[in-house]
Design a protein around this ligand. Structure first.
Ligand SMILES: [Zn+2]
Length: 435
């Protein structure tokens, strides 16, 4: 058993008005400075020299003995698709995307770099404060204690309060950079809405993968300082990064593995689930750590998609709709819906998709995101992975417009179902699932 303290237990529940903010406004395009491009070179050069220390250690859940949170060795019932049992995502000890929907290989830095210098990179608006940002009021009461409350803290960082009182921080990144701190460039365009120390309590920290914009050392150091009892869940190959830092309350899981977490007689379940992405922290450690999505069941069900693609598409003329051509989509999300769904709330990435032919193997565009939302059988969704850093070519707020377009195209309501909210905003979602 792994034991750690659960800080929450009882929900203090002051409430924020439930809301789904829609973004109006046009998408601005300006010239950025050439320093953006040169900083890309510097970062790439730096990353080449990184010597990754991660290693792959399957099923290496270890025990520690410090507190009242009990993490089971196995959870029950635990179901998985037949196709997953042969572990097609592990080949010769390396992790791969096992589906045709991922295309060949990983996103290539060289292709990305070429697109930077030849296409829209210089047109992306990099002016500050592009995203509406509010300061979260964590002490505000929750209107109904049986609701789930999710607060978006920018990029893929969500703070989720479950009806049991369990408080989960997904992919925390509240620092200024999404690259190594010593590397130039890649500064936030929208300020963090709060500090780690402003968050009232953290029981679980859940990490989707090893990329710098999802596993941030600066934020983890602060979490360790302010929430030393927090327990960490990570995909295979990442635990070593934590133990090197002296953090031992870490459970490392493979796709479709899950654990029960018992606190004061209340049991929650966390599942590590597939996604279509990559897990390198330098250009020399591809396949050494796994990427994943996650589900949490705790008197309500939340799905966190992490960082994922849905359907790799080839290079097409700019005005051609890539959904007009037949390409396979990732089957994992329908399997997740079947084996873990339905979900009361899904947190789904909508940004960092352009150039599409390069990024589609690893990132969703908003139409992919809406399809993923339907595949996992979520009742509500909130957007993430946009508006915080300039990572790719699309204008900062374009994902919000494209999300509405995608919902319209699918015949779904444009608000109240799958919303893009403000950074710092909290949304309450009623629980309808039985778990
Ligand atoms: Zn990533």
């Amino acid at each position: 058993m792994i034991r750690t303290t659960l800080a929450a237990g009882v929900r203090h529940a002051p409430s924020l008005p439930q809301s789904s903010i829609s973004f109006g406004g046009s998408v601005a395009r300006h010239s950025s400075s050439s320093s953006s491009s040169s900083s890309v070179f510097s970062v790439l050069k730096s990353l080449v020299s990184l010597n990754s220390s991660i290693s792959y250690s399957p099923c290496s859940v270890k025990n520690s003995t410090s507190s009242p949170m009990i993490v089971s060795e196995v959870a029950s019932p635990s179901t998985a698709p037949e196709t997953a049992k042969a572990k097609p995502h592990i080949i010769n000890g390396c992790f791969v995307n096992p589906w045709p929907s991922a295309g060949e290989g990983n996103v290539k830095f060289t292709e990305l770099l070429w697109s930077r210098f030849t296409r829209e990179w210089r047109k992306v608006d990099v002016s500050p404060k592009m995203m509406p940002t509010v300061t979260p009021d964590f002490s505000a009461p929750i209107s109904d204690p049986s609701n789930i409350r999710a607060t978006w803290l920018g990029h893929a960082t969500y703070y989720v309060e479950m009806p049991t009182g369990l408080r989960v921080l997904f992919d925390p990144l509240l620092g200024n950079k999404c690259v190594p701190r010593w590397a130039p460039g890649f500064n936030r365009i929208s300020p963090p809405p709060c500090k780690i120390s402003d968050i009232p309590a953290v029981d679980l920290v859940v990490i989707s993968h090893y990329h710098y914009d999802h596993l941030d050392e600066y934020s983890i150091d602060l979490i360790r300082k302010h929430f030393p009892e927090a327990h960490y869940f990570v995909p295979l190959g990442i635990k070593g990064w934590f133990t090197k830092k002296g953090i031992h309350d870490v459970t490392e899981l493979d796709w479709w593995e899950e654990r029960d977490i018992s606190v004061n007689g209340v049991t929650s379940t966390i599942s590590c689930l597939p996604s279509q992405h990559g897990g390198n922290r330098s250009i020399s450690d591809h396949g050494m750590s796994l990427w994943s999505s996650w589900s949490i069941t705790s008197k309500g069900k939340v799905y966190f998609a992490g960082d994922t693609g849905y359907r790799h598409v080839p290079k097409l003329p700019a005005d051609q709709d890539d959904y007009a051509i037949e390409m396979p989509h990732c089957p994992a999300f329908e399997e997740i819906g079947e084996h873990r769904g339905p979900f009361d709330l899904a947190l789904i990435p909508i940004g960092a998709y352009s150039p599409r032919w390069i990024m589609s193997k690893a990132h969703c565009n908003p139409l992919d995101s809406v399809n993923l939302f339907q595949d996992v059988m979520a009742k509500r969704a909130l957007a993430m992975h946009f508006g915080t850093w300039i990572l790719t070519d699309e204008p900062v707020l374009e994902p919000v417009e494209k999300l509405r377009e995608a919902l319209r195209r699918k015949g779904l309501p444009e608000t109240g179902l799958f919303d893009a909210i403000q950074i710092g905003q909290a949304v309450e979602v009623p629980v309808e699932t039985v778990n």
